[in-house]
Ligand binder design. Structure first.
Ligand code: NAP
Length: 280
């Protein structure tokens, strides 16, 4: 499948700019089939990047993903995350093995530290390197890291070893544009935007409705097109309904005009000062 829009990682790998999130999946067994169907539909339409974590559904989301990708492992790019409480050397190795088992795969395409905890970063990074050497993960990165953390990372490892920083970014959470996003751009570190539609809560905003009307689109499509307006940001909306998946795919066809962008800047202003990295 030809990717409509992709982002190139520091190791040269091209991944879809629009992927699929899985937070909250795997929590309710009566929804499992619907979640699997939605993920498979997205994959069929090119949303082959799937973001999951040991935390989601207490492992349940990884089980759902494992079922959705059965038989099509080579078509997908799987990202999972280790919790900070499991980020010691031994526990990271163990957590990764558990994730692989739930996902029913031999190797993760990317493994992230979910957020920073008390374990020294060097210990977690040693585990990540060991997992690469063992063939259990192809590459690794971080999540919810602000500039201070990234500067520390750079003192331990070459920043090209870190493949992404997964962070909260959407129209209503633009704080990273002040300093973190420019920092990442300068270093060639792609950001992966989570909660790209702010879990649905921004979709009733008048300006989004207005722009959506103009493009014969939905507010969600406009919010996603905005996150995807540059060539170095990946967005991972979560949709457990097929209708939402199809809706999100169409965001790749929307090109926002300078007039649209100006209206969105007015409604969702850019940061004028440092805002500590927000988290969900
Ligand atoms: P999100 O993707 O912004 O929003 C998900 C919500 O929006 C769901 O309720 C979904 O409904 C709904 N939705 C999806 N597409 C829609 C559409 N086209 N129209 C209307 N509603 C739509 O929020 P998120 O789940 O917090 O973030 C996305 C992913 O990022 C997560 O699933 C997770 O993989 C990752 N994440 C990472 C972190 C981290 O700390 N690294 C934190 C949060 C999230 P349905 O499910 O009913 O379709």
């Amino acid at each position: 499948m030809v990717l409509k829009k992709s982002v190139t990682l520091p190791d040269g790998t091209r991944i879809p700019a629009l992927g699929q999130g899985t937070w909250v999946m795997g929590e309710d067994s009566t929804l499992q089939q619907q979640e699997i169907t939605a993920l498979k539909l997205g994959i069929e339409h090119g949303l082959t990047l799937i973001d999951t974590a040991e935390m989601y559904g207490n492992g349940g989301a990884e089980i759902v993903v494992g079922k959705a990708i059965k038989g099509i492992r080579d078509k997908v790019f799987i990202v999972s995350k280790v919790l900070p409480i499991n980020a010691s050397f031994q526990k990271t190795i163990l957590a990764c093995n558990h994730s692989l088992k739930r996902l029913q795969i031999d190797c993760l395409d990317m493994y992230l530290l979910h957020w920073r905890g008390v374990v020294p970063l060097t210990e977690t990074f040693d585990a990540m390197q060991t997992l690469v050497e063992q063939g259990k993960i192809k590459r690794w990165g971080v999540s919810n890291f602000d500039i201070k953390d990234l500067n520390e990372v750079e003192s331990y490892v070459d920043h090209h070893q870190i493949m992404t920083n997964q962070i909260l970014y959407n129209l209503s959470r633009r704080g990273i544009e002040f300093d973190l996003l420019p920092w990442c751009r300068q270093k060639g570190l792609p950001c992966m935007a989570y909660s790209p539609i702010e879990r649905g809560s921004i979709l009733s905003h008048q300006s989004l409705i207005e722009i959506a009307h103009k493009h014969n689109a939905t507010p969600a499509q406009i919010a996603l097109a905005w996150v995807l307006r540059t060539d170095d940001i990946i967005a991972i909306p979560k949709a457990s309904s097929s209708e939402h998946v199809i809706d999100n795919i169409k965001s790749l066809d929307i090109k926002l005009t300078s007039e649209d962008l100006a209206l969105l800047d007015k409604s969702f202003p850019k940061p004028k000062h440092k805002i500590p990295l927000e988290m969900h």
